[in-house]
Design a protein around this ligand. Structure first.
Ligand SMILES: [Zn+2]
Length: 385
């Protein structure tokens, strides 16, 4: 179907067709949607500049990548008078690559600082690809990058945590907490007018969730190790790296790998400022998408290693309490020099995640070392339970 056919059929101007999901061939074939995305952005520039300027920034990045980065439109989310794309970016050959790094952001729309930090990293990545042969060659077969920079574009448009239907996508997965989660924050089914709404029980999942699940299913289908970094903001004073689970306090069965990754990170970046620990130490929730995807992969004998980067925005609020007056200010630094600091603050971490994914077999613990890492993790993270 051509873009013109789609417009004629749906009678929705400026909405190109979505990619037909969901096999590795269709998501990651050679044809990309760059031209369709460019046309869409051109036609809707004024609205996008006001509500989702990140899409315009993304368009510029794709232009700079000189075709090295591919883009697909996975689906469209309609909000008010506009349809907003859920884009998927890939770099490298997803079918051939030994390992995959997946990165997502703005699963909660109001936490758009995550998308901006991710785009800032992609900017330096793309520039480096243009002149660093060694950097470029890693994408031949060693590693592929799969990026969903805006999982919840409708929430970004409306500056809400939830999607346009009022559903919190990270409380929406079909998994319930085993121990009692925090009241409301842990997910609730009372009303979409309250935050942390999980959606009605037993109805079709929200589009944003289905699309994310399809991508995770696709990239884990061929038994490659996938490290998945999901970027959020808003909890606490410090930047945190959370490993699963959120639905229970017991250790995840991959805990030895996570401990090895934490030690690797700390040896290489001894002055870092991140807290690295299981999310369950902070709070428990229902419906965490990464808990659900990890459990699903585990049953199928596939290795998905999710990590959540939670950028601690309470610090921004502490330094500038007037931000409390703005809802988005709770999740977003509003002073320019602080915004610039967040843009550069996570570049090292993202470079590290790419290298760690590419070299997974070099540091993944084996044999006795696996057992030792497990013991360290239990002692450090799970003693009090
Ligand atoms: Zn979040």
């Amino acid at each position: 179907m051509t873009v013109k056919d789609a417009i004629d059929q749906t009678n929705q101007p400026n909405v190109p067709p979505k990619a037909s999901l969901f096999s590795i061939e269709t998501i990651f074939d050679d044809k990309d949607d760059y031209e369709a995305l460019q046309n869409y952005i051109h036609k809707n520039k004024d609205t996008l500049r006001q509500h989702v300027p990140e899409l315009i920034q993304l368009d510029k990045l794709l232009d700079q990548s000189l075709g090295m980065m591919q883009v697909k439109i996975l689906d469209w989310i309609r909000v008010q008078n506009i349809a907003l794309p859920i884009p998927l970016l890939t770099l490298g050959n997803v079918s051939k690559a030994d390992h995959i790094l997946f990165i997502s952001a703005s699963l909660h729309g109001v936490e758009r600082i995550g998308t901006q930090a991710l785009l800032a990293w992609m900017q330096s990545l793309i520039q480096r690809l243009r002149w660093d042969k060694l950097w470029r060659s890693q994408f031949d077969e060693d590693v592929a990058l799969v990026i969903m920079p805006m999982v919840n574009p409708g929430g970004m448009y409306k500056n809400t945590r939830a999607n346009p239907n009022g559903v919190d996508i990270n409380r929406h997965a079909p998994i319930d907490a085993e121990d009692s989660p925090s009241f409301l924050v842990g997910g609730q089914r009372f009303s979409s007018w309250l935050p942390w709404y999980r959606g009605k029980h037993g109805i079709a999942p929200e589009k944003e969730f289905s699309v994310l699940e399809s991508v995770i299913d696709t990239i884990t289908a061929e038994n490659k190790t996938v490290i998945a970094l999901d970027i959020h903001s808003g909890f606490g004073l410090r930047d945190q790296l959370w490993i699963p689970y959120a639905f229970r306090k017991q250790p995840i069965n991959d805990v030895a790998i996570y401990m090895a990754l934490k030690i690797l990170w700390e040896r290489n970046y001894p002055h870092h400022r991140y807290i690295f620990e299981p999310q369950s130490i902070r709070y428990l929730t229902h419906g965490d998408v990464w808990d659900y995807f990890h459990r699903k992969c585990q049953k199928l004998n596939k290795r998905l290693l999710p990590i959540t980067l939670e950028m601690g925005s309470w610090n921004w609020v502490k330094k500038r309490p007037v931000q409390l007056l703005s809802f988005s200010g709770l999740f977003h630094p509003m002073v320019p020099h602080r915004h610039a600091r967040v843009m550069r603050q996570h570049l090292g971490l993202l470079d590290f995640m790419l290298s760690a994914t590419r070299n997974f077999d070099e540091w993944c613990p084996q044999g006795d070392n696996w057992y030792a890492m497990e013991q360290v993790a239990h002692a450090m993270w799970y003693q009090s339970g």
